[in-house]
Ligand binder design. Structure first.
Ligand code: GTP
Ligand code: MG
Length: 361
């Protein structure tokens, strides 16, 4: 699952990318400045950390999400096929908007996150509209040659999407049946992707409060409440300093700003939710690990996230919620007290389940 970091020029996209992905840069990163940078961020998870404290495993593996840093967005950039190709290939967008004041860093006009959001949204919609119109012409031609129920469906859907975009609403707000969604999948429309608005605010002695109030202060509460959208705030400057510190120093530093967790932690978690992802855990002396699955995943498919053999030879999943396992203190205790559930193939895995897959392979 990939999230593309987008935004106007000089708003702090690359700075954010660097702190998000820390030492986990992929080989390709920075090899060519014209290329998009791809990096992996660890998904912080207190539940997993606490399980690890109980099991003391040899290895601890967090879930991860990928971020892609592309150049500044704009109508021109969106005409470049390599630029748009990178963006189409992501599953969600993190739109960085500038709210920090700094006279030495140019910005188009005064600080106005809502205006910037609307401008970028407009560019995304124009790009999708162009693609829809091209496809409409093609489908129209084909329909003249031969009638086809599927093509007619597609034609209607394209017409509806065009009308929707012309009311200046992104495709992520359009109601679609699962079949329609499938029809659209191949197009990878930009305005259809879930979006997280990341407000990059300036330093302040009351950062905790400022971060909490940022969305409201910049009038983003409304856009952030739209379907498949969310907002979060960070202070890039402070996050950059935090990234250089040891965990203990970072905790002290956060506390001095009245913060319990870094803005980055919240940002990564919000991205994870926006992508419709949850985690289940495997826990043992060898490894404690978080596995990423979409919400509503059946146990048998979740087993497949670990290994395809486990999916093929799945029998049952011994399951317990992470906090219940902590309460019991060990798997043996949990079993003795009847707290380990035996779940079958069709069990819908819940966020925070600890699972042991029994298989016949
Ligand atoms: N004051 C201040 N400056 C920042 C902050 N974040 C980034 N900058 C500065 O803004 C400039 C641009 O930062 P980048 O992270 O390169 O921004 P970008 O969005 O990737 O820029 P382009 O890729 O050129 O569009 C740099 O000089 C940063 O040091 C911030 O939170 N506060
Ligand atoms: Mg950049």
């Amino acid at each position: 699952m990939k999230t593309g970091i987008i935004g106007l020029p000089q708003v702090g996209k690359t700075s954010l990318f660097r702190i998000l992905t820390k030492a986990h840069l992929s080989d390709h990163a920075y090899a060519n400045p014209r290329e998009a940078h791809v990096g992996v961020a660890k998904v912080p998870d207190d539940r997993l950390d606490r399980l690890a404290a109980l099991f003391n495993p040899k290895k601890l593996t967090h879930a991860s999400v990928e971020y892609v840093d592309v150049g500044a967005i704009g109508q021109e950039a969106l005409k470049e096929s390599s630029y748009i190709g990178h963006l189409r290939n992501v599953d969600a967008l993190a739109h960085v908007v500038r709210a920090f004041e700094d006279a030495s860093i140019p910005h188009a006009g005064p600080i106005d996150p809502l205006r910037d959001i609307k401008n970028v949204e407009f560019d995304l919609m124009v790009s999708d509209l162009g693609q829809i119109e091209k496809r409409q012409e093609r489908v129209e031609k084909d329909l003249k040659k031969m009638r086809s129920a599927e093509l007619e469906h597609e034609f209607d859907l394209l017409k509806r999407a065009k009308a929707h975009l012309e009311t200046e609403k992104p495709l992520r707000e359009m109601e679609m049946t699962p079949e329609d969604k499938k029809r659209f999948r191949g197009f990878m429309f930009l305005s259809e992707k879930p979006i997280l608005y990341v407000v990059n605010i300036g330093e302040s002695s009351e950062l905790g409060k400022e971060l909490e109030q940022a969305a409201g202060r910049y009038k983003l509460t409304d856009v952030a409440s739209h379907p498949n959208a969310a907002a979060t705030a960070i202070c890039g400057k402070v996050e950059a300093e935090l990234a250089e510190m040891s965990d203990a120093d970072a905790a002290e530093f956060l506390a001095s700003y009245g913060l319990r967790e870094s803005g980055l932690t919240r940002l990564i978690r919000t991205t994870y939710h926006l992508l419709g992802l949850i985690s289940f855990f495997t826990a043992g002396d060898d490894e404690c690990r978080a596995w990423t699955i979409p919400v509503q995943t059946r146990a048998v498919n979740a087993a497949g996230a670990i290994h395809s053999d486990l999916e093929k030879h799945f029998i049952r999943a011994e399951t317990i919620r992470w906090d219940q396992l902590l309460e019991e203190g060990s798997e043996a205790n949990a079993r003795a007290h009847g707290k380990l559930r035996l779940e079958g193939k069709d069990y819908i895995v819940q966020d925070g389940d600890v699972m042991h897959i029994r298989h016949s392979g």
